[in-house]
Design a binder for this molecule. Sequence first.
Ligand code: ZN
Length: 1137
Amino acid sequence: MKLSRQFTLFGSAIFCVVVFSLYLMLDHLQLDRTKNPSSGAGKLFHSGQLTILQEKIDHLERLLAENNEIISNIRDSVLDLSESVKDSKGSPEVGNQSRVGYPELLASPPLVIPIQQEDCHFAAKPYNKPADGMLDVYDLLSFDNPDGGVWKQGFDISYNENEWDTEPLQVFVVPHSHNDPGWLKTFDDYYRDQTQHILNNMVVKLHEDERRRMLWSEISYFSKWWDSIDSQKRDAVKSLIERGQLEIATGGWVMPDEANTHYFAMIDQLLEGHQWLERNVGVKPKTGWAVDPFGHSPTMTYLLKQAGMSNMLIQRVHYSVKKHFAIQKTLEFFWRQTWDQDTTTDILCHMMPFYSYDVPHTCGPDPKICCQFDFKRLPGGRISCPWRVPPQTINDGNVKERALMLLDQYRKKSKLFRTHVVLAPLGDDFRYNEASEWDQQFQNYQKLFDYMNSHPELHVKAQFGTISDYFSALRPAAAVDPVSNTSPLLPVVSGDFFTYADRDDHYWSGYFTSRPFYKRLDRVLESHLRAAEILFSLALASVQKANKWNDFPSLENYKLLTEARRNLGLFQHHDAITGTGKDWVVVDYGTRLFHSILNVKRVMANSAHWLVLKDKGAYIHSSSMPLLQMVTRNPFLPLSLVIYNPTEQDRWSVVTVYVNTPRVRLQTASGHAVTAQVSAVWEETTRASREAFQLSFVAQVPALGLTVYRLTEAVELRTVPVDYTFLKQHEELSVDSAEPFRVDIPQDDSLPISIENPLIKIWCSATTGLMERVKYKEGGVEHKVEVGFVWYGTTSNRDKSGAYLFLPDGEAKAYTPNHAPVIRVTKGVVFSEVTTTYQHVTHTLRLYNVQGIEGQSVEISNTVDIRGEFNREIAMRITSDLNSSDRFFTDLNGFQIQPRRTMAKLPLQANFYPMTTMAYIQESGVRLTLLTAQSLGVSSLKSGQLEVIMDRRLMQDDNRGLGQGVQDNKITANLFRLLLEKRRISIRDSQTWSYPSLLSHITSMYLNHPVIPMVVSPNYDSLTFAPLSPLRAALPCDVHLVNLRTIQAKEGAGPSHEVALILHRRGFDCEFSNRNMGLLCSTTQGKLPMGKLFSELSVQSVTPASLSLMHTLDGGRSQEEIQLKPMEIRTYRVQLR
Ligand SMILES: [Zn+2]
């Protein structure tokens, strides 16, 4: 029965994919028809079809929403009471338990985490300011926008003719083609219409003249093309690479966005690209190339460095910052991590000086001149120069004049840099797709180069080059010491390049939030993919050890993982996770994400099947009748639950599953009764389901382990029902509840509402249901923390907010509902919550009755629906009594913290920054952190405030090429946690670095990686299961297992016997309390005993490698103990058996 349900779910998903293809086809038809409005009959047929398809899409939307709901429910998990403590006390009869107060189970590990004093030095150490911080640059700049002449955002550049007499100008023209893996078209459509032709022509045209060069960076496209070409062509490509004519730069699956992406996914897409390159082409990229991401993060820089790259290029940086760097001649610098205390993270970076990466903005400061050297724009072609002076074909008659004109631009550009080497990229979006364009560009430029190079009096050497050719010439010219990687000529810069503005007050802070539904979906796939990778790797090693390699469906599962890696990788593209694609492109991405979420769940279930089976001899894999499946809405009792903890810490977490009766009994595998709370499933605001109930309990699961519980029907009520109170101002309420819940509708509705757990108490307004105050019981500290909602509109100027830009009509206006909201207060043994239902948002504040990690913060979930709005954005604003002044802190990619300053000299929209996992404000002794489970835009516009934009609906395009607004809003669930922490000593606010506490790190990990319940199919009820503890002990508190990713085999599509173990040692601030956090880990100065890491599996070999496995590092094959520096991410090639 359940089997058929799962089958139906998969069936529906596949069905939806098919329907979408149809829909996309029809959508194209519709576009064609708009161009040709005469076919009236077709229109009729079409609209009928569309209605049906619209319904199908609604169906998918519901599926996606349900999935989201399931995941939210999984996330209801929280840590608490030690199941082991309870077990040791015997089995209390929970049915008799009192409804009030907390049961005795709340005892949690009485813990003070043993933190070695040495582990605190890193965050506490004041060190010499090593680099020019970007925050200081922001202080310095006036952000005026004067007209700079031909270089509008810059200044006039002059030079002396004889400046290059002793050392000639060396020009590298770097041909490139920027291929977005989805934007105005889907990935597949771009490939079919443009990309395959670019690459096919490349092979022919580069072979025609060995002086020609080309740069490529997106492996998603390159690999798709590779699969379609024969071995002869492949050999031709390899020879181009060997000869240095074709360079693969960066070599990631995509050129990722750097604002919304989490470092897990950034690494994963880089690894996928590099693994593909290693296996198919045998090339190791040396240089990073990022011309289009909308602002740049030092996290990307760090990852490139760890992957073995030594140079990089960036482009989209605020025009005022570019100008400042150009004046200082600091556009080339060593980019250093803010937390780096020596030079180990330095990477040589070139920042492009002008407005864009297209040809008019790359040869020099004057776009009117440079455009004349884009030979695709020759008269008679499809595109022309907007400056109205067309290019001329180069011939003997004009070559001198044209060469001198171009050289003038090169010379002026070189004046912005400190060496005689100049870089001139030559390309644009989807360029070089026609053979004629190759001829136009390469032949005309070659004539110009020949002229320049044959006239020694010009003192120039011009040539085609790759980006690495450029850096190879730059390094000696800048006297970079090859050993120390330092230069007397180049400065060191630290910090990030957000928030990007390309002109005027056009700040690109809208895309930090655009299409939040998909930003959330992305994070759900990330956590599921990571969980599946780890479990699959453990299962594979165990299967191998048991000599059952052939019985386990390793190939089938590895293919699913590979596809999921690639779908996740694709979504990291700077028009995907950013929410800046066309509607149908967004649907294409969403379908891929959703499809892969289902697939990696299958991988998890298949892997857990082997691992949890007590008698491995009884193992039989059946793909039509899997042992395990994900939790469904209507379970068939009795059943066994298998709970998987994908985090590297032992964990007590609340698991919520659906049951069809409150009369159930929950037991551990060893038969001990477990306290379980039962709550209603509210089908409408005041109507509870009579068929479905939620069962919540605290599961104890070891690090990376599996635990088994047994759920049976009971004659009596053995669960603890929650109590409900409903309020609505000035109105009669009737609530349609179900047995066995008590519902109270108080007559006096003016009293404030409060909920509490052993650690925290919060008070909410009885009118709005929103939080007003919070009290931490230990020490009795009480703070005003008000949560509320506000609206932003869009400006009445010509340029309005769109997918990229945030252009508000001034400050936000308070959210004022038309009707008083219904407030539902739930009090239970496992959690208590206040849910308030407004027209546009259902807002829940939840406290877990737990003394461990998750009892320390307030969970906030918002279900946002602004589908009926017009040019509006909704934000959640938290207003506290903290005196945070103009300072706040946001994370970058979940990897590091960047201090921020709210600046009055900047427009409101410029003060918004990306938030991937957290943002905080602080005053001396207190810090308030908002942790998030999805990327959104955040700011602190006033002292004591934090606000997050949750969704935006915008009716128009914002003139950045997308050609549409954002009107495909969905009902979106956003999840947060709010954490208030006491700090021991007062905080120096002038620091350019900051770290979260350990509690904050681990709370974030729990939020992003919930425990995953699976159910055993009733067909296998006779089997016995054993819990799994794969690690001998939890990892140190500050070490995060980023991934345990099975490496591909040398041949075929299956797995090898090796895994990539990727570890991150987090930087943390020791000045926060580490008492009673509910953690059973300690810190170890980053040391990890590899030989004693796993309980049953043994580590056969450990080989240190670069981040993406491209390079093997020194340190021998067999390391008994490894050690990570604070903040370091390291990869090891490991053999397990
Ligand atoms: Zn792009």
